[in-house]
Design a protein around this ligand. Structure first.
Ligand code: FMN
Length: 358
């Protein structure tokens, strides 16, 4: 199933950008798990449009309505289902994209896959709006992980050509702009403002670190922790690259520089560095899991671009109006945390069933 994820913790996401609601069904949560709805709402609102200085002017309240699986603030153990209503719907903004696909968006591929039957308005099921239920499910997973003393924190390390080289020592989730360095953050915001003024857009890089994972989560080969985390992270539209630890840079190092050496530590074993990003052979090694996610520039831009009118099959020029993020990166930060949390909680539950049989 295309919009489903997970082996023990199974998430299915539904909806379109301009359908009455988007939502999800989450199965496999242990019965009796408390969900702090206030905390969940705060998390989901970090992604909401309008919450970020750099974001689209689409206004959505993103109220979560649980339909099943939650009683007196605790999971029942049966499927947890929820919806988030779409309130700020303007189908007319997208009248052109039915026949003229936006370069960089999924209008053309969606038409090819579904023979034009799909709801193209606002990108339909391919819209960034679908990250609202992703964040709701991921926010619930984060609360579960918290009980296991596992923390997941992401931050922006790059927007366009502006980088933040600061060490990731503080949780930036409470900040209006989720970069460690405020000076770098202001420069990133400036660059986004400039791109928007020019009718253009910017991409960037998000770093996510997960602390507290025990050694032994994940599997070799096709279900490695890198595989499953990447599978969840690539569900976020506009993600085009994922690297773990030193990632691509490892390919240029010698083995003696790239290896994470061991040392004895009071009867257990510790690593002296973390170039591997906390994973060897697809399995967590006790060190923090570290990944970097490349987010491309927002496809919908005001600057004129070449496209084709698929009705007349004639070349045409497309300039996109409507409400679009000039840079998706700030809103994608909680999405990355959510995707990682879902993948890690699934691995934790799977490990538990392997070891204890439940
Ligand atoms: C939070 C979020 C908001 C997004 N907002 C927009 C937007 O306003 N305009 C746009 O063209 N794309 C937006 N996107 C990206 C597109 O949905 C995405 O590029 C498109 O579906 C094609 O998928 P791909 O880039 O993964 O190939 C957004 C993505 C996310 C995660």
């Amino acid at each position: 199933m295309s919009s489903s994820f997970g082996r023990i913790l199974k998430l299915s996401i539904f909806g379109e950008s301009h359908s009455p609601a988007v939502g999800g069904v989450l199965e496999g949560l242990p019965a009796g798990s408390p969900i702090d709805l206030h905390k969940l709402r705060s998390f989901v609102l970090r992604r909401a449009p309008g919450a970020q200085a750099a974001s689209t002017s689409r206004k959505e309240t993103d109220e979560i309505e649980f339909l099943s699986g939650l009683l007196n603030g605790k999971t029942t153990g049966t499927p947890l289902s929820f919806i988030i209503r779409n309130t700020d719907i303007r189908r007319d903004d997208y009248s052109k994209t039915a026949s003229v696909p936006r370069p960089g968006h999924a209008d053309y591929t969606g038409t090819a896959k579904y023979f034009g039957c799909n709801d193209h308005s606002g990108g339909g099921h391919f819209s960034g709006r679908l990250t609202a239920p992703l964040c709701c499910a991921g926010g619930i997973a984060l609360q579960q992980l918290d009980c296991e003393n596992i923390r997941v924190n992401a931050r922006i390390v790059r927007v366009g050509s502006v980088t933040d080289d600061s060490e990731f020592t503080e949780d930036v989730s409470g900040k209006a702009f989720p970069a460690v360095s405020d000076a770098a953050g202001s420069k990133m915001l400036e660059a986004i403002g400039q791109a928007r003024a020019e009718g253009d857009s910017l991409g960037g890089i998000i770093e996510c670190v997960m602390y507290g994972l025990p050694a032994g989560l994940g599997d070799p080969m096709f279900h490695g922790l890198e595989n499953t985390i990447s599978q969840a992270v690539f569900a976020i539209p506009a993600v085009k690259g994922v690297e773990f630890g030193d990632g691509f840079a490892l390919s240029g190092l010698t083995g003696s520089r790239a290896n994470d050496a061991f040392c004895a530590n009071n009867g257990s074993i510790s690593h002296l560095s973390n170039h591997a990003g906390g994973i060897n052979g697809g399995i967590s090694n006790d060190m923090p899991v570290v990944l970097r996610v490349a987010v491309k520039p927002t496809p919908s831009i005001a600057l004129p671009q070449r496209s084709v009118d698929m009705e007349s099959m004639a070349d045409t020029i497309l300039s996109i109006s409507g409400r679009h993020d000039a840079c998706i990166v700030p809103r994608a930060v909680p999405c990355v945390e959510a995707a990682c949390a879902l993948a890690i909680l699934d691995a934790v539950l799977l490990r538990r069933s392997e070891v204890y049989g439940h």
